[in-house]
Design a protein. Structure first.
Length: 178
């Protein structure tokens, strides 16, 4: 992708469970609405569906700077690494202000030792021509928009990553994924 990066964030958290029983792809595509909401005060809703081509899709609604409606389609779908790509709607500061952005959500797990796993959660937000045009129309410098987006994304990722880890840990210890 050649779109300019607006913001990116990586956060890590410890999962007190071995690597073997964890399945990140199954986790993300079976995460219930209430489980998703429990992982951040800014998570509003989540659901899973399929694209017309049959790929799995996670639809998430959250507030990260702006109201975001994400349509995450599986790109890499493994037990220990999952990468989802979304052409997302960013709505704000008012409901009439809606632009498309690209959000890439990648998360992986690595064994620390026999009983401990590290979750790495990365999010990258990229501009679309539509986004850049709206900034120009409003006289907002890209650097300023990027700075504000970076602050919101960093804070959000720092909040949700340890809570994602706890949800994965609970399910792995319960033998959810065999």
């Amino acid at each position: 992708m050649t779109h300019e990066v607006i913001a990116s964030s990586t956060a890590e958290a410890t999962i007190h469970a071995p690597l073997a029983p964890i399945d990140l792809t199954e986790w993300v595509f079976t995460l219930t609405d209430s489980e998703y909401q429990a992982c951040s005060k800014n998570h509003i809703a989540a659901a899973a569906t399929l694209t017309p081509e049959g790929k799995r899709m996670s639809i998430n609604v959250e507030h990260v700077g702006n109201l975001m409606v994400q349509h995450y389609v599986e790109d890499i779908a493994g037990r220990s690494h999952c990468r989802l790509v979304s052409l997302s709607d960013s709505i704000g500061p008012d409901i009439g202000s809606r632009v498309k952005i690209v959000v890439i959500w990648s998360f992986n797990v690595d064994a620390v030792d026999a009983d401990t796993t590290r979750l790495t959660n990365s999010v990258e937000v990229r501009a679309t021509p539509d986004y850049l045009q709206v900034l120009e129309q409003r006289g907002v410098p890209f650097a300023k928009a990027s700075e504000l987006a970076q602050q919101a994304l960093t804070a959000h990722n720092a909040e949700e990553t340890p809570l994602f880890a706890k949800d994965i840990e609970r399910k792995a210890l319960a033998g959810r994924w065999g």
